[in-house]
Design a protein around this ligand. Sequence first.
Ligand code: UDP
Ligand code: GLC
Length: 421
Amino acid sequence: MTSDPQILFIDHTGELAGGQLCLADIAIRLRDQCQVFLFQSGPFQELLEKNGVVVALPNRESGTLSVRKKSRWFAYLGSIPVLISLVFNLVRVAKGFDLLYANTAKALMVSVPVALLLRKPLLFHLHDIIGAQHFNRINSWLLLTGANLASGIIANSEASASAYRRAGGNNRNLKVVPNGFSVERFQADVTELSEVLRKSFGDEDRALVGLFGRIAVWKGQKVLVEALAQLPQVNGIIVGEALFTDEDQQYKNEVLALAEKLGVSNRLRFTGFQADVLPHLEAVDVVVHCSISPEPFGRVIVEAQLAGKPVIATKGGGPSEIIEDRVTGILVSPNNAGELASAIKELLEDRKWAEELAVNGRQAAVLRFGLESVLKEWIAFIYRNVPTATKFRSVAASETELQTSSTAPALDSSTRSTRKG
Ligand code: UDP
Ligand code: GLC
């Protein structure tokens, strides 16, 4: 048999956030040998289908698995019927695949029972930092238990991997693979469009800082508002939307209200979600990242570096792995508008140094996060976890120098016990 291993990627959302954009890259590369099962339709489905990836959805709307950080026990009970319905739907789709790959915590909850039932290997992509700042105790426990049962884990940063271990994670088949980025995409010439944008944001001679990413409490958009209040000569843009919860939407309203209260609303624009962030990245002088809880990876930081912009990011998590402080960007303390404002001021007053940081940042990002090398590493790990990998021969396998010796067995009780530390 010479066909390629068939992979089923599973994700809970149809929205486009970092985890989904990360998955899109590999699904598009493996489109001839994969499908993506989504719990819900949306722009993520459109992106995949536009790029030739087959998307499967539940037979009929199963409802949402709406357990959140603030959920109480009855929300979990209420989610059981939805969970069962999704499990049945996934079983139906998953039968013909050699490997299941859960891309989010909610996808993992549905994929674990399916992998056990069908005796298929299951990989989990850990995009989160497990801990009190991001999850409640029940969600942490569920995530940890699911991750421990998976055949293997890909973590998006050392920070996510260590938080998993600190929380009691014992799956030793874990590999850290960062997100990858098409360097060419961020080299495209979008000067004309970005100049138009800059003009549209007001006085084009004023400095402009940009915060990119979805709007959510932990992404800390309020910190930028407070920093702008200390920088009367600076304009700001917030690129992104409140994508997921009512709480996100409520936070957006609070950010707007704070801008009004602090007198910065005439200097701060909200652009909403942009399918292509590059023209907006090009338009700004400095990119800031303001997350108040540790960012697991932080795609927007690498994207800003690739676009050749000086970046200021919050210390901890992925940003501390991506940025060498004051060499490839600046790291500031979380939730500290004063520090953020000083760092912005420093960069705007010393444009030569800002340019040096940008050049260094770009070089480092090209070296470490180029899409091709990341995909190679990632696909090699996937192939190592297909139990019968030796019988598969493919371009992808030869390109990734497939190591067939360390194949991982299907997820069942016997293999689970051998993997415990
Ligand atoms: N993004 C986008 N349009 C927007 C705002 C953000 O396409 O208007 C993208 C951004 O370019 C990045 C991703 O969304 O690739 C956000 O990923 P990140 O890892 O920074 O944060 P997440 O939302 O996944 O926590
Ligand atoms: C998650 C994380 C983000 C990371 C992305 C891709 O959405 O919050 O930090 O960059 O996944 O791994």
